[in-house]
Every structure is written in structure tokens, then in C-alpha cells.
Design a protein around this ligand. Structure first.
Ligand SMILES: [Zn+2]
Length: 282
């Protein structure tokens, strides 16, 4: 039995994207669908158009589900096993950012379709963000204490659900949601595969993360740091900085869950002071 899910606006999205990021999000929403390319300005994909202060403002709680795809857009058309679909739908209604994820490349899709799959719950705000992972088996989603009992309301407020094992990260998401916009697959797909070659199991492809005009987009959890547009070199530098506990300003879109003005202020303060520690401006 499967349930469709209503995830069109999970966790806030481009609607809250600030004007300081460049082009209006309305052009983003109607761009290039169904074509081989996109109708974004080339400058939005090569860094000419500034992307600072464009991370989604409302995304603080996260719910990630390993799913092989194909991923429709909007995700409302996606069928999930009933308990998972119910949880995803309820999470989206609570403002939790729901993302489908899979390992890069074809083997990742096969893996997600068979045997076990991972589900993550996370919180990206504040000085102590966290991420938990639980592994489920297809056909075994109804055990007591599992999905049906997951405290989504608590998750939406930042409370750990005791859902699985803690994951320290970095967990790296690359948007490859080609049905949302072809540029995400064209630019994100090769990037995800390249990063997986260097960072292995920490790298996942994902559905729309917001701001596809800045593809390829990278999100680093548990802190919710957004970078875009990034190529393999810039993404690698961002991941290495994260491992040092730092951000780099090159292609840094901001931290999810903060207002656009707070993201802009962070950018300016870092530029002025040279402070790069993730928690330096808490
Ligand atoms: Zn594009």
C-alpha cells in the first residue's frame, strides 16, 4: 500500500528567497522545464550573479528519505509506503523540510530500491545542530517505536526524536532534481558523482533544495550550510572548510533557517572581520 505525499512547499522555499540573491524567484519557478537546458542566465550558474543570502529561511528541521526516484515535481505525485508517506506528509505540514535522497549514480538507485534504506531526521539551527539516522527494511516499516511513533512535532521544534544513531557529518547533499529544473541534473549529477568518488558515503543526491538558478547546489548538514553555484573544486573546498569547522565565503549562499537579512549580515561581518569559524557569529 502506498500513499501520495504533499510536499510541494516543504519547509519553506524559494518564495522566501531574498532579492539580494539576484533574479526573481518567479523566473526560477518557470524556467526551462522539459528542455535539455534551462533559461537561467549563464551568470547564475558560474558565480557572476551573487548568490549570498539566498538559503531558505524557514528550513531548520529536516527529514531525509532514501528513495531511488524518479522524483516528480512537485513531489506530491510521489508514492511512498504508507507509514513513510504519512510521516513525510505530516512532516511537510509541520514545516519540516522533506527531501528525497539517494546515492549518486545508477548503483545508488538500485540500492535505494532494494533491501534496506536510510531515513534521517535533523535540526540545522543554532550552535548545536544534530542529525540522526535510522535504517529500515522495505516491508518492515510498522514496528512499534519506529516511524508511526516518530515525534514530528518535537522534530519541528528541534527536539531529537531518538530516532536512530547520531551522525556527526558532514552529510553532503547535491541537488540533482532534474524534473524540477534540467540544470540541477545537468550540473548536479556529475558533481555528486565526483564528490562521491572523494567523500564516499557522505554524499547524496537530493530533490530540490531551493534556488535552482544557482545550480549546482550543495548543502552540508548538520549545519545546513548552502553553497552554490559550485563545481567540483569549489564544493571540495567547502567540504574541507566544514571539516575544519569553517565556512568559506566563495559561493556561500548562507545558512538555512535564518532570515535573509541575518544571512546578509553574516556575510558582511565575515567579510569585514575575516572570521570563518562556523560558530564565530552565534
Ligand atoms: Zn539553470
Amino acid at each position: 500500500m502506498t500513499d501520495g505525499i504533499g510536499l510541494g512547499m516543504a519547509g519553506g522555499d524559494d518564495a522566501s528567497r531574498p532579492s539580494s540573491g539576484g533574479r526573481d524567484s518567479r523566473s526560477d519557478a518557470h524556467a526551462g522545464r522539459g528542455t535539455a537546458g534551462c533559461d537561467h542566465d549563464a551568470g547564475s550558474h558560474d558565480g557572476t550573479v551573487p548568490s549570498a543570502a539566498s538559503a531558505p529561511e524557514a528550513s531548520r528541521a529536516w527529514f531525509l528519505i532514501e528513495h531511488p526516484g524518479p522524483w516528480p515535481h512537485p513531489l506530491a505525485g510521489l508514492a511512498l509506503p504508507a507509514p513513510l508517506g504519512k510521516a513525510a506528509d505530516a512532516a511537510a505540514r509541520l514545516g519540516i523540510r522533506v527531501q528525497m535522497i539517494r546515492r549518486p549514480g545508477r548503483p545508488g538507485r538500485r540500492r535505494a530500491a532494494a533491501g534496506a534504506f536510510s531515513v534521517f531526521a535533523g535540526w540545522t539551527a543554532g550552535s548545536r545542530p544534530w542529525l540522526e539516522r535510522s535504517v529500515f527494511r522495505h516491508g518492515d516499516l510498522t514496528r512499534p517505536g519506529q516511524l508511526a511513533d516518530l515525534d514530528l512535532e518535537g522534530l519541528s521544534l528541534g527536539r531529537r526524536p531518538g530516532f536512530g544513531v547520531p551522525v556527526s557529518g558532514p552529510l553532503v547533499l547535491v541537488c540533482t532534481h532534474g524534473r524540477r529544473n534540467p540544470c540541477c541534473a545537468r550540473l548536479g549529477g556529475p558533481l555528486a558523482r565526483a564528490l562521491a568518488g572523494r567523500h564516499g558515503d557522505q554524499v547524496w543526491e537530493t530533490t530540490h533544495v531551493g534556488g535552482d538558478l544557482y545550480a549546482a547546489n550543495l548543502v552540508i548538514l548538520p549545519h545546513g550550510l548552502y553553497y552554490g553555484p559550485v563545481d567540483s573544486r569549489a564544493a571540495g573546498a567547502a567540504i574541507e572548510a566544514y571539516r575544519r569547522g569553517e565556512v568559506i565565503l566563495d559561493r556561500y549562499r548562507g545558512r538555512a533557517g535564518r532570515s535573509a537579512s541575518a544571512q546578509a549580515a553574516e556575510h558582511s561581518a565575515r567579510r569585514l572581520t575575516g572570521l570563518r569559524g562556523i560558530g564565530d557569529l552565534e
